[in-house]
Ligand binder design. Structure first.
Ligand code: GRF
Length: 199
């Protein structure tokens, strides 16, 4: 079978625990793809420290470092070109990607959302907002969704989802912990499906 190996660019704003999980999966041989670039809009992001440890080239690009949107997007595209990136992985990236960037990699942009889309998705549904809404809605299950990214928040094609059970005494915080554990499993699995052409 002809398995693909992607050159991955991570986009992260915070700790980047999903980035850590995917790098681990590449190092263990579960994935054949190569972590090749990190773009972070937060110079204090934990993702940058991991990139340094792994010798992954990284760049801090934000609306502070590059106030002009066009120049900022051009700079990002320049790096994608330079490092031959063919898969972008959003790992807690708090900025909407411009369609120019999505088109540059032919739509090969993935995100993970901490709920079972299409429920609990949309513009303000991120981080703890999602888990609070799920608990308030008295849902019995939540989960995580890996999906392609398009120009609409959380509307791209779904690749993989996994459920977690919500117990009556779960808080948004405890639910977030449960879901994050699942995220670290299904994000590498979703990339593997793409490597194997089985999606
Ligand atoms: C995760 O909950 C993910 O679902 C969302 O942002 C959070 C990022 O976590 N997209 P991390 O930075 O990967 O730890």
């Amino acid at each position: 079978m002809n398995r693909k190996s992607f050159k991955i660019a991570f986009f992260a704003s915070h700790g980047g625990s999903n980035m850590h999980a995917i790098i681990d999966a590449c190092k263990s041989g579960f994935l054949q793809s190569k972590p090749s670039l990190l773009i972070s809009n937060n110079s204090k992001s934990g993702a940058i420290q991991r990139a340094i440890n792994e010798n992954i080239p990284y760049f801090h690009i934000s609306s502070f470092s590059h106030p002009d949107e066009k120049i900022r997007n051009n700079q990002i595209i320049q790096y994608l070109k330079e490092y031959n990136i063919d898969l972008i992985i959003l790992a807690g990236y708090m900025k909407k990607l411009d369609s120019e960037i999505i088109d540059f990699v032919n739509g090969m942009v993935l995100n993970i959302h901490p709920a079972l889309l299409p429920k609990f998705g949309g513009e303000n549904m991120y981080g703890m907002n999602v888990h609070k809404a799920v608990i308030e809605a008295k849902e019995k299950i939540s989960g995580a969704t890996v999906h392609f990214v398009n120009s609409y928040y959380d509307k791209g094609k779904i690749i993989l989802q996994r459920e977690v059970e919500i117990s009556p005494n779960d808080s948004p915080e405890s639910l977030a912990e449960k879901v994050l554990k699942i995220e670290h499993i299904i994000y590498p699995e979703a990339i593997k499906l793409l490597e194997l052409n089985s999606f």
